[in-house]
Design a binder for this molecule. Structure first.
Ligand code: 7TS
Length: 421
């Protein structure tokens, strides 16, 4: 069987999103890779940045950069205003009740480690349980294992079906042990694309007075999230997966919990008064932001949220969903190609294996065609173990991707299939 000649019959642009205009805002997308146009489909690893985000960072460094929260001079005031302005943008984006509930970190990984160390370290003891799911990224597994080693608590895991959907009966059964002191689950799986039923999982945990952390790294750029509607206790995400710069992340936490928690790190900016005998800590959010933060990065994240809000997350989600459906249909037609993760509710990625071809070989051959995808275990090795595969190939979508790009991916995969047959 050979590749169909023309696979795309629908218009290149989504009805509600002017993708050509969006693409023009991303300088990196217009380049050639190995002489071919770049087709960037590794958005779940990191998303490219629009010009407005690059400008916001340049603007900060070239016009008003200074350290924040300490200077009495004009530049420091400007930088502080811009930094705190970004915090308010994140608050509004998440619909958190207060900007004091928004803590800037280095990324999702650090946000989760902060909760494990500070909340977990001060509340858990031997015999307690932490409940996660079988589809977590390593950054929502390893911090809890470290905490278990420190405290003697045990890690419990909610299994999932072959399609990639959590077993809610099992979740309830594990909660019923009465020993669970914290639930932590991934909102959207980076290995399967599954959108987990966050509200249901949170409500079931709260019915047993168990607080919940949600890993939103793969969710925030693809579906609207509302802290007050979800009612989760902690929510973590990374700027670099939502069109912002790397090196910045967010931890949302309910104010009462954050207030009761001890600091994660000690240093400048997180204190009220230091003597050698005793230190009084600063109020939220500063208590959790020791040291000089990534000032320009946080401001860049604010610009990224402005950019995404202007597009409208609903329009982006609809566009990406259409791409996912199209890609799923086209990929399914390739003999020997197996899609891993077929949940009813999926976000913008498709992971697959191709009979006879190692995912790394697929990734390398696609690279020669200018197509960037991720190949590997996606920092979710237990998911690979669940399906008995060492790795998968993964294509993941953003607002700037097109059906043409899906066609390029599919055409290249037909070539890979013929090579390895
Ligand atoms: N949680 C999930 C669900 C993720 O997908 C990732 C990164 C993280 C946490 C960690 O985020 P970080 O910004 O702190 O590193 N996921 C991926 C990925 O799928 N490919 O590269 C990074």
């Amino acid at each position: 069987m050979s590749a169909p000649q023309s696979m795309s019959t629908a218009p290149a642009h989504d009805a509600t999103l002017d993708v050509a205009r969006i693409r023009a805002e991303f300088p990196i997308l217009s380049q050639k890779i190995h002489g071919k146009r770049l087709v960037y489909l590794d958005n779940a690893a990191s998303v490219q940045k629009p010009q407005s985000v690059l400008d916001a960072i340049t603007d900060c460094y070239s016009r008003y950069y200074a350290n924040i929260h300490r200077g009495v001079y004009l530049l420091s005031e400007r930088s502080t205003t811009a930094y705190e302005g970004a915090r308010e943008k994140v608050r509004a984006f998440l619909n958190a009740a207060s900007a004091q509930e928004i803590i800037f970190t280095r990324g999702t990984t650090e946000s989760i480690n902060l909760v494990a160390s500070s909340f977990g370290g001060s509340t858990l003891q031997a015999g307690d349980e932490i409940l996660i799911t079988g589809m977590e990224h390593h950054s929502n597994i390893v911090p809890w294992q470290l905490l278990c080693q420190r405290t003697g608590a045990a890690l419990k895991v909610v299994p999932f079906t072959d399609a990639g959907e959590l077993l809610l009966d099992e979740y309830q059964r594990l909660l019923d042990s009465g020993r669970v002191k914290l639930v932590a689950f991934v909102h959207v799986s980076n290995a399967l694309g599954t959108i987990n039923p966050a509200k249901t999982l949170i409500d079931l945990a709260h019915a047993r007075d168990v607080p919940v952390l949600v890993d939103g790294a793969q969710a925030v750029a693809h579906l609207p999230v509302d802290m007050q509607a979800l009612d989760c206790d902690f929510y973590a995400f990374s700027s670099h997966k939502i069109y912002g710069p790397s090196g910045v992340g967010v931890l949302y936490g309910k104010q009462a919990l954050l207030e009761a928690m001890p600091p994660y790190q000690g240093g400048g900016d997180m204190i009220r008064l230091v003597t050698f005998e005793k230190t009084d800590y600063a109020d939220l959010p500063n208590k959790f932001e020791a040291g000089t933060p990534n000032i320009a990065g946080v401001i860049g994240l604010g610009a990224a949220l402005d950019w995404l809000n202007a597009l409208g997350l609903a329009a982006v989600a609809a566009h990406e969903h259409a791409l996912l459906e199209y890609a799923t249909a086209q990929l399914s037609a390739i003999p020997g190609l197996h899609i891993m993760g077929t949940a009813r509710n999926k976000a913008a990625l498709v992971a697959f294996t191709l009979r006879g071809a190692h995912p790394h070989d697929i990734g390398t051959i696609l690279d020669r065609e200018g197509i960037a995808i991720r190949a590997g275990h996606h920092c979710a090795q237990p998911v690979m173990q669940r399906y008995g595969v060492p790795a998968t190939a993964r294509a993941s979508f953003a607002a700037y991707n097109t059906r043409d790009e899906v066609d390029a991916l599919v055409t290249a995969l037909w070539k890979v299939k013929e090579l390895f047959e």
